[in-house]
Design a protein around this ligand. Structure first.
Ligand code: SAH
Ligand code: SF4
Length: 352
């Protein structure tokens, strides 16, 4: 199976402002017409050509005749956890399923966790998505569709104020589509995000971290998960290509805007990477970096022989970091009852 997405039918959410202007200009339409349609789709959330009421009917008909649609994803299912986390399942035009998770934050706000691929090729041993392998990359439009469709699934008054590329897939392995999606959601007349309110999480693809910093310096999260190459090689095959020293060097040169912090995610696996020595090595690795550590106790699934550490061990690990003035939080497990917690995304054979 090809990891390339199927040839897109002409979905308007795939288009950049320039490509939309070019397409409409080729139809003899003025530039403001393209801008008007762009605003309908990306700022006002129109999901059909009919909704664009101030666009001439003849033009809408022509677009429809030429095969244009608005979006390639439909919300198929919304599940809500007892803790308020919501998992959205989208069906794509080729039948593939992807998920977004909406995580409640204080003040009625939500953070949206976006998928960037169907499955993932990185093969991290503790991650459910990793066990699926990669089916295919998402297109930019399929990523943007998640952002455009999510608000409509929330109760009135609730708002999404941050998007994180931490759902299914390794975003930097699908660099061009992810970059285009960031440009669209952070651009003028889009859904209103800014680089400040976007975070890309990566398992550590060093050249792509550098490229991201050059073109779209959003917040960066690194899935670190180990403090020695020996352990990281075993947990995350990507480490054999880009070992810890190279990864930390790339993070140090990332052009982080002033007063912002880098996030380091650290999945705690009982007896594997959760010892006092690991905590001390972690402090050393992050020395003089504007870092925030997010400890994620392992969320279990059938398969690998890992264990979630005890509460006591988690606290002891956290204490070592706190005592050395490292900012550290323990991620409260959210959405566990609906398989929406970190590392649990992906279609289950028994999915109801
Ligand atoms: N592929 C990207 C982004 C998605 S993974 C990346 O790896 O950064 C999101 C986070 O979930 C990563 O930090 C990963 O380390 C963590 N994770 C994966 N499987 C997990 C599990 N079973 N329990 C807890 N966290 C997990
Ligand atoms: Fe892919 Fe991230 Fe899971 Fe690793 S942790 S397999 S990179 S989704």
């Amino acid at each position: 199976m090809s990891i390339r997405p199927p040839t897109p039918e002409r979905s308007l959410t795939e288009m950049s402002r320039e490509s939309l202007r070019a397409a409409l200009s080729a139809m003899g339409e003025p530039r403001y017409r393209a801008d008007q349609i762009y605003t309908w789709i990306f700022a006002r959330g129109a999901r059909s050509l009919e909704a664009m009421t101030d666009t001439p009917k003849a033009l809408r008909q022509r677009l429809a005749d030429e095969g244009y649609t608005v979006g390639r994803a439909l919300v198929e299912k919304v599940r809500e956890s007892v803790d308020g986390t919501r998992k959205l399942q989208f069906r794509l035009s080729d039948g593939a399923a992807i998920e977004s998770v909406l995580i409640p934050m204080p003040g009625g706000l939500f953070t949206q966790c976006l998928s960037s691929q169907v499955g993932c090729a990185m093969d991290c041993k503790f991650c459910y998505t990793g066990t699926m392998g990669l089916s295919r990359h998402l297109t930019a439009g399929e990523i943007v569709d998640q952002v455009l469709l999510a608000p409509g699934t929330l109760p009135a008054g609730a708002r999404i104020d941050h998007v994180v590329y931490m759902g299914m897939g390794e975003p930097l392995h699908n660099f061009d589509a992810v970059l285009q999606s960031i440009v669209t959601i952070c651009g003028d007349d889009g859904p209103g995000y800014s680089f400040k309110r976007v975070t890309v999480s990566t398992s550590g693809l060093v050249p792509q971290i550098d490229r991201l910093g050059e073109v779209a310096p959003v917040n960066l999260a690194i899935s670190l998960n180990a403090t020695t190459d020996e352990v990281r090689d075993r947990l995350m095959p990507v480490n054999k290509r880009y070992p810890l020293a190279e990864l930390i060097a790339a993070v140090r040169r990332y052009p982080l805007p002033p007063r912002r912090k880098l996030t380091f995610e650290y999945v705690l696996l009982g007896g594997v990477n959760d010892g006092d020595d690991d905590a001390r090595r972690l402090v050393k690795l992050l020395h003089r970096l504007p870092a925030r550590v997010n400890l994620i106790p392992w969320n279990p699934f059938d398969g690998p022989a890992y264990a979630r550490p005890t509460e006591e061990r988690i606290r002891a690990f956290q204490r070592i970091l706190l005592d050395r003035n490292v900012t550290v939080t323990v991620r409260v497990t959210k959405g566990l009852d609906i398989d929406a917690a970190c590392g649990q995304l992906g279609e289950r054979p028994d999915a109801a």
